[in-house]
Write a protein that binds this ligand. Structure first.
Ligand code: SF4
Ligand code: SF4
Ligand code: SF4
Length: 180
């Protein structure tokens, strides 16, 4: 496990698939570290927060290639200077996802796209006019009143109003709505 950048930890194993965003997963593990940090040393207390901020920048669609280098550099500083095992291993989920799923980070940074469809700020819900039957169900279930269209006519989503909740996609019985 050590050779691939992992460790036993509490002995638990989490199985993930293509619907898990690796940048989001790295954020999830950092949130745990930030909560658990005792605050005695600054690499762990401050460094992990800055690391988290950089990951948020990426999942918000504002990340740059330079941020990836900064993240790697910061990870190495935290690993080598934190006082105890918690801080020293805190960057591992970030470094291992960067190593094994770098293309997912690049999709967020370069293409402003979340391949797993998890990062809300990078999602776009679209109705295929060829598949839409104009049943109005999506519009009736949209909490943001973001879908327009007449009965039996193709509907359209207003991206400026959409809060990306996914309710329309769940309610469409014709598979006309997709997220990108
Ligand atoms: S590395 Fe250890 S000592 Fe330093 S802040 Fe984190 S938990 Fe505390
Ligand atoms: S639920 Fe589907 S078929 Fe019905 S209006 Fe919405 S997109 Fe069209
Ligand atoms: S994702 Fe939610 S807010 Fe956006 S159009 Fe669909 S139902 Fe409305």
């Amino acid at each position: 496990l050590g050779a691939i950048g992992s460790m036993m930890g509490s002995g638990g194993l989490i199985v993930m698939d293509e619907d898990n965003c690796m940048v989001d997963i790295a954020k999830f593990f950092l949130e745990f570290i930030i909560d658990e940090s005792c605050g005695k040393c600054s690499p762990c207390r401050i460094g992990t927060k800055r690391l988290y901020d950089l990951l948020c920048k990426i999942t918000d669609g504002k990340g740059t290639l330079e941020d990836l280098s900064t993240i790697e550099e910061l990870c190495e500083h935290i690993k080598s200077s934190a006082l105890c095992g918690l801080g020293q291993t805190a960057p591992n989920p970030v470094l291992s996802t960067l190593k094994h799923f770098r293309e997912e980070y690049l999709a967020h940074v370069v293409e402003k796209r979340c391949p797993a469809g998890v990062c809300k700020n990078l999602l776009h819900f679209v109705i295929d006019p060829g598949k839409c039957k104009g049943c109005t169900l999506c519009a009736k279930n949209c909490p943001a009143d973001a879908i327009m269209g007449a009965v039996k006519a193709p509907h359209v989503i207003d991206p400026n109003k959409c809060i990306k909740c996914g309710a329309c996609m769940d309610n469409c019985r014709f598979g006309a709505i997709s997220k990108h």
